[in-house]
Design a protein around this ligand. Structure first.
Ligand code: AMP
Ligand code: GLY
Length: 414
């Protein structure tokens, strides 16, 4: 089977690697880490299966355009991708489906939004309605900061048109969890769960990012928790999509909070999570191309299976990320990092300069993923590999999976 993956980040690099186990894979536009990168639009590439990575082309209807040409596509059409394209619409669908989620209100006018904020006790959660690459959310205890954020979003200063409508939510509490489910339009099957790290700095401080690291499996989310997420969150959503005549074939990515009242949905995304997929797909065992093709055909039959090993993914980012990433300099040490046992290095925001040297050119630049017998071993290997990589201004979190990794033998003896 020939597969065409659309996208250029670490997620697409991980898709390339996992799909290559059983298929011939090309990636458009790809990146310097992916040997079969092509700079032609997907519509001009012949393939048996198209897998669309990022949300923007899905919201823009790329899956519909390919299907209109008779292609087999893994990724929802624009009507399903609206779940991610409009948070207010997603909240309406979740409410209709009876999926537990934060109470919310939607505003396009500043007066109404400020009045509402003043009437609630806080902390305040303010989101852009439209796409903002994971960065459009402010969670704050300060009413002043909340009011300023609403003003900046509605005026188009912080997120342009994506912020012309804002969603204000009740603040939920509890550990977060990502469950990616593969949906064939009628039913959905979960992949191994993952934990994402959204804030830029150690200890979950600083602004939200697209994700600074991930790990899988998640000790607190065994089969019972994943079963509960499927029963109360994913399956009711699939039923509601069917009821609305939306033939959703792609990933339903549930961003969840495990609250005292059970799992609640923070949001649904319509694609593989980044960097969760790097951690999850590196553990995928078997024929991913065949599995996604079944979903694309509307008839999932296989069950996904995962290596018993754990995986930890650490994101290396450019100076200034997430607010204003600076293009970095030359990246050193990738080859040495790849020599560490269990390690795969995925490229995200890299480029080649005129001399063919690898340079940093985006916010999230490199993802270092390591497999190991448990999360402790995977984590040690990941950070050992990270220590080999550098470029001016590179930064990363040092606490990915720290709270769930068993202590290393040398830590126990100290
Ligand atoms: P989102 O882009 O909607 O996934 O939100 C980004 C992050 O903001 C989430 O991963 C949470 O950490 C936080 N967040 C979003 N919505 C809420 C909420 N209603 N209550 C508490 N935290 C939230
Ligand atoms: N890791 C968060 C996301 O993919 O949106």
């Amino acid at each position: 089977m020939k597969v065409c993956v659309v996208g250029s980040g670490g997620r697409e690099h991980a898709l390339f690697r996992a799909l290559s186990a059983t298929a011939e894979v090309v990636v458009t536009p790809g990146n310097p880490g992916i040997p079969s990168s092509l700079s032609r639009p997907a519509e001009e590439i012949e393939a048996d299966l198209y897998v669309i990575g990022p949300e923007a082309p899905l919201v823009d209807g790329l899956a519909d355009r390919l299907r209109a040409r008779g292609k087999r596509v893994f990724g929802p059409g624009a009507n399903g991708a609206r779940l991610e394209g409009s948070k207010s619409w997603m909240k309406e669908v979740l409410a209709a489906a009876g999926v537990p989620s934060a109470r919310h209100a939607v505003f396009s006018d500043l007066g109404g939004a400020v009045e509402y904020l003043k009437s609630t006790p806080g902390p305040y959660v303010i989101k852009t309605d439209g796409l903002a690459a994971g960065k459009g959310v402010l969670v704050t205890a300060s009413l002043d900061e909340a009011c300023r954020d609403v003003e900046d979003k509605l005026a188009g200063r912080s997120f342009g048109g994506a912020g012309s409508t804002v969603v204000i939510e009740e603040c939920m509490e509890g550990p977060e969890l990502s469950v990616l489910a593969i949906c064939d339009g009628k039913r959905a099957v979960p992949l191994a769960p993952a934990q994402d790290f959204k804030r830029v700095f150690d200890g979950d401080r600083g602004p939200n990012t697209g994700g600074m690291g991930a790990y899988s499996p998640v000790p607190r989310a065994g089969d019972a928790v994943v079963g509960q997420v499927m029963d109360t969150c994913v399956e009711p959503l699939v039923a509601e999509l069917v009821r609305r005549d939306i033939d959703y074939r792609g990933v339903l990515y549930a961003g969840l909070m495990l609250t005292g009242e059970g799992p609640k949905v923070v949001e649904f995304n319509v694609r593989f999570g980044d960097p969760e997929s790097q951690a999850v797909l590196t553990r995928f065992d078997g024929d991913l191309a065949g599995f996604l093709a079944e979903a694309a055909e509307g008839s999932l039959r296989s069950e996904p299976s995962f290596s018993g090993q754990a995986c930890v993914a650490v994101v290396l980012a450019s100076a200034g990320y997430p607010e204003a990433p600076l293009p970095g300099g030359m990246i050193e040490g990738v080859t040495t990092a790849e020599e560490v046992e269990g390690v795969t290095v995925y490229h995200a925001g890299t480029a080649l300069d005129e001399g063919g040297r690898l340079i940093a050119c985006g916010g999230r630049v490199i993802n270092v993923c390591a497999l190991g017998a448990d999360l402790g071993v995977a984590r040690r290997r990941a950070y050992e590999a990270v220590a080999h990589i550098s470029w001016p201004g590179m930064h990363f979190r040092t606490d990915i999976a720290a709270s769930v990794a068993p202590p290393e033998p040398d830590e126990v003896s100290r």
